[in-house]
Write a protein that binds this ligand. Sequence first.
Ligand code: CA
Ligand code: CA
Length: 433
Amino acid sequence: MISAAAVVAAGLGAVPFVTSASAAVDLAHQTLPADDGWAASGSGTTGGSKADAAHVYTVTNRAELAKALGSVSDTTPRIIRVKGLIDANGGSGCEDYAAGTGYSLSAYLKAYDPAVWGRSKKPSGTQENARKAAAAKQAKNVVFRVPSNTTLVGVPGTGAGIRGGSVAVQNVDNVIIRNLAFSATEDCFPQWDPTDGSQGEWNSAYDSVTLRGATHVWADHNTFTDAPLYDSSLKTYFGRKYQVHDGALDITNGSDLVTVERNLFTSHDKTMLIGSSDTDSVGRLRVTLHHNVWKGITQRAPLARLGQIHLYNNHYDTTKVNGYAHSYSVNARAKAQIVAEHNVWTLSSDRKVSQLLSGDGTGAVAGRGNVVNGAVTDVVAAYNAASSKKLKTSVNWTPKLTAGLQTSAAGLPDELAGTVGAGVLTEQGTVKR
Ligand code: CA
Ligand code: CA
């Protein structure tokens, strides 16, 4: 919970006292509290809090949202209040995007069947061009580019969220995303890549929220889920799952100074990338993840590369939800420097302590005070004892922006249940109980 007074102090510097009730800052105008993770460094993260009255928008559908976002080149501070659930496709379906492009799944499958096309090169030619054309039509509807100095916030009590959308925070600075439920982000036109892995993969384009080259971003009290279409009901073509989902919240392409807190991640496979490749960006990708709940998540919570990542007071529940079985929680690769402290795992009986982490042998996880099923447990040692690609156990930095860090984690599952994710914040930014 963030008190209004703390928010005022964080946003305006030295405020001696709040003079009246009306001086309290409402949810839409709140800023990241001081010292609250990497996004608090330097100038901090204020989003659109300095918006004048003409740049405070309330939007109820995709057209209004797109209009309020305006152009990414316009960095005027703006607050966009999302009222209710916005359908990013605006009523259009996959068949509407395909219309007129010549794309059909059956023709695509016929053209790139490994028996015909082989497995040595990616699809190209008529059907791949048609797929790209149809995908471009979908992208025009569902991708929302966020300009610098923006707060995107759900209006309390309205079930606020974006269904089927991809909020893109790309090469911009100072963005706040709060109190929004992201669901059903689906690519109508997955691309077959026979060269991806040993058996090929169907790849999809849209993360619910994607950060690329973004700085100073605060994502707080949002919910991320694939609902209502789960991977277990997807079809299989060429022996591989016809995957329509990409990441839930990916932080890539040299993004930096990001705080992700009190979100609920559920019913998703590849949930959060930090760094898109082993050469993404050195000296950036600094991310704090705290007080999030990860339940019914298969993997990448997160998969981190290169950066300095602080992971504290999260609750991981390995219970299978809606068909999403746990593979691992946290992956450190490409020399990622992760400090993982005072997190809690609720380990289901089908999983072992050695299966909570993953790595490529170069990543580091400095862990302390982590709790598994009520007992303080060295999760790094448990992983290393069972793995040939061992995690390094010391890191090259010490977290300093640690507001709210609780050094006693045992009570976190109860504390976080029902107080994270979208729909629990009030207009005052406090948690509804
Ligand atoms: Ca993918
Ligand atoms: Ca992605």
